[in-house]
Write a protein that binds this ligand. Structure first.
Ligand code: NAD
Length: 435
């Protein structure tokens, strides 16, 4: 099939490369000329495991091309995915400006019947707005489909190639057939393509992210209570996670959720509720709990220094909002670092993938190390904010002798408190009792 993917970010690039891998002729279009020039020169703009070989292979085979000419990409394709960003507007609602811009260009270039698929996360009713925008500019018939994306950054390629399920909102048998053909290669092991009406598909994406964010905030609050009562949140997590009705995923206490999806999608769903007169008190609490949680690591550090952080140096391991990505959008690490700087502390930070994206935020207000141990020299404590694998079994002796004071505040519960105590550390995790 001839496919255009408009918007070549984390989602669009993975979707485009994945669909090329199964033999489709895919053109990825983006208004960011620098990004497209880089891709044309075989430079991958983001860190995502497995993405580079997938893109390069399909580019070489001529199945995957890149352009800034969105109109031309539309004219050449039978199927068009809209995968542009939908950032939060000032009132928390999803900003649909980019989606509707693309819809206009599609309408203006509708040379024959095409299938237009919203891949971006968009509130209920958006597909109808896309339809109306396209229809303003053409009399040619077309199909509108909602096909929200569930990939996770850090495992995006795997998630797209082997999805748990594919959700598709359709209104016509022809569109259903086209989506079936496109996705059949990805669900050969029997995972379902779930067809539904468009409004339900749009809502499914928000409900999924809101549920996951709720689990995180729930577990973070239980962890705070564990600290106050002497229970160990790691054991409680195992205890409840082995109940089949609850399940083990997404129950890790930590420094709060971040990234480009959960914060904005929870906000947008609350806003949709307000617009429709349905109060989503649960999600308001989830959001408030997360805002507080993002400061927990800072509060712990502050407590260890009796509120006197001015002049201290804090080493930070982990800047990305989660492991295996360079994405620092809404990362808890940014909140902790900003609070440390406000308190007069210095920060020296390491991350295996996210130093450049963080430099964009802090510039030289903090210092960076190419190696985890580089940032420890002269530091008064180590704070861990991302669960990168390479932090899991470090040389503790080297950490202890390099830090000025053997204090680790572990926002990801990577280590065993008893072992760390034996090794001479003051170790403070999340929900694991007060050291
Ligand atoms: P992103 O910011 O990485 O990429 C968006 C791209 O769209 C950018 O390259 C931008 O230049 C381009 N763009 C903006 N306006 C355009 C236009 N008019 N024409 C062509 N290109 C345009 O965003 P992302 O993380 O890929 O997210 C895209 C959508 O997918 C969002 O709605 C997001 O909520 C959703 N989503 C994201 C993830 C994720 O993990 N990042 C997962 C599932 C769904």
């Amino acid at each position: 099939m001839k496919v255009a993917v408009v918007g070549t970010g984390y989602v669009g690039l993975v979707v485009g490369a994945g669909l090329a891998e199964t033999g489709n002729a895919v053109v990825c279009a983006d208004v960011d000329a620098g990004k497209i020039a880089g891709l044309q020169a075989n430079r991958i703009p983001i860190y995502e495991p497995g993405l580079e070989p997938l893109v390069l292979r399909n580019q070489k085979e001529g199945r995957l091309t890149f352009t800034t000419d969105v109109a031309d990409a539309v004219r050449r394709s039978e199927v068009i995915f809209i995968a542009v960003g939908t950032p939060p507007d000032e009132d928390g609602s999803a900003d649909l400006q980019h989606v509707l811009d693309v819809a206009r260009v599609i309408g203006q270039n509708m040379t024959a019947t095409k299938t237009v698929i919203t891949k971006s996360t968009v509130p209920v009713g958006t597909a109808q707005r896309v339809r109306a925008e396209i229809a303003k500019h053409t009399r040619t018939a077309f199909h509108v489909v909602s096909n929200p994306e569930f990939l996770k950054e850090g495992a995006a390629v795997d998630d797209f190639m082997k999805p748990d399920r594919v959700v598709v909102g359709v209104e016509s048998a022809e569109a259903m057939q086209i989506l079936n053909e496109l996705y059949a290669p990805f669900v050969r092991t029997g995972n379902p393509i779930i067809f539904m009406d468009i409004a339900s598909a749009e809502m499914t994406k928000y409900a999924a992210n809101a549920m996951l964010a709720t689990r995180i905030s729930f577990m973070n609050q239980i962890a705070l209570l564990c600290e106050a009562t002497g229970a160990d949140a790691q054991l409680v997590r195992k205890g409840i996670g082995s109940d089949a009705r609850i399940g083990a995923a997404f129950l890790f206490p930590g420094p709060g959720y971040g990234g480009s999806c959960f914060p904005k999608d929870v906000k947008a769903l609350i806003r949709t509720g307000e617009d429709r007169g349905v109060s989503l008190g649960i999600l308001q609490a989830v959001e408030a709990a997360n805002e507080r949680q993002k400061r927990v690591v800072f509060d712990k550090l502050s407590r260890h220094f009796d509120g006197r952080l001015a002049g201290r140096t804090i080493a930070v391991w982990g800047l990305a909002f989660k492991a295996q990505t360079d994405d620092v959008r809404e990362s808890p690490a940014l909140v902790v670092i900003e609070a440390l700087l406000e308190a007069g502390a210095r920060v020296s930070a390491h991350d295996p993938a996210a130093i450049e994206t963080t430099r964009y935020v802090f510039g030289d207000r903090i210092s960076y190390g190419a190696h985890p141990y580089d940032v420890l020299a002269g530091a008064d404590a180590l704070a861990i904010l991302t669960e990168w694998l390479e932090y899991r079994n470090p040389d503790f002796e080297r950490i202890r002798t390099t830090l000025k004071r053997p204090l680790i505040v572990d926002g990801r519960n990577l280590y065993d408190p008893e072992r760390l105590a034996k090794l001479g550390f003051t170790y403070d995790g999340i929900g694991r009792g007060r050291p």
